[in-house]
Design a protein around this ligand. Sequence first.
Ligand SMILES: Cc1ncc(COP(=O)(O)O)c(C=O)c1O
Length: 394
Amino acid sequence: MISHLLPTYKRQPISFSKGQGSYLYTNDGTAYLDALTGIAVCGLGHCHPRITKAIQQQAQTLVHTSNLYGIDWQEQAGEKLCKVAGMDKVFFANSGAEANEAGLKMARLYASKRGQKQAKVIVMENSFHGRTLLTVSATANPTARAGFFTLDDEFVRVPFGDINAIEQAISDNDDICAVMLEPIQGESGVRTTDNGFEFLTQVRKVCDDNDLLMILDEVQTGNGRTGKYFAYQHTSIKPDILTTAKGLGNGFPVGACMTTGKANDIFGYGSHGSTYGGTPLACRVVCEVIDTIIDENLTENVIKTHDIIKTIIEQNLAKDGVTMRGAGMMIGVVLPTDRNIDFATLVDKARDNHKLLINVAGGNAIRLLPALNLTVEEATDIAGRVVALVKSVL
Ligand SMILES: Cc1ncc(COP(=O)(O)O)c(C=O)c1O
């Protein structure tokens, strides 16, 4: 059959017809242990009964009105999300890129309101912020950027984790308005800085000293994934602008751009908008996701199951030069590059030989983004299958 889909994705030769918890099933009933959860989206596992019920009930009641009217579920979702995020205000969008686009537009409006001639944003090497023109310009990945006439004058790129480079960029460039970063860089291979989350505290200080906005992209690290509700909560600082998506809707498309302090008043009537952003249906799902993460104590479970996975993998593979990075249910298993491993076939081998769904990012890192509600048995099983996979290719 000829596919009518534009070839933007190199798809694997498999499709799934059912999902439950940490398992995906093909038509013939074969079960695959999902250590990727739709790329950090289905944090509560597939088809969590509370989310399914919320979708069903809301779909029978009211799906969409318009942001021209009050939306009670949007108010409720805003209150719950700002509470867990420690922020004040929120704009609901439909994806991570849109949430970041809102954050970047906000930074540019902030600059223009205070009379800057240009609004450059400092971003990190190896960053990923989305595929709209502004967010792909903020993104480092050369494949994502190639050919799109990216808005390169609007961004200054520095090494992730290098606070001196940020200070240098501020003194070298006129009209910087913000620093934007991910607490852990997911798409480029679960990259952390040498000083861990302490880097966020350093960035906060530099932003304060230079009156810049700090934009944290927690599209992937948010919603419990790293063992705190948002990753920045591993520190005692707060960003001015915080974006999230992915786990926020557990598969239902929704994103959010939150503000606090001086960022609260940047957008006014007409500054920004979205036909679909914050529908009653999306926001009811957001409320249910947040309540479920809290009711099921999932940030604690994330830390417990992280330790199980890390211990098993290290015990079995450290002697082979395998190292680990990341936090919570965002784990990079970094394989040695001097052992002739065929990284291009690793995902296929995991899927076909071990019935395990993973991803390889950053060239040599197996990326694990399992559900936040993994059982001890599932965590042990994922680690065991990763160990068997890695041993088979070493
Ligand atoms: C950190 C980060 N920001 C932004 C995005 C873009 O999100 P979306 O694909 O929902 O637009 C992603 C997606 O992988 C991401 O990981």
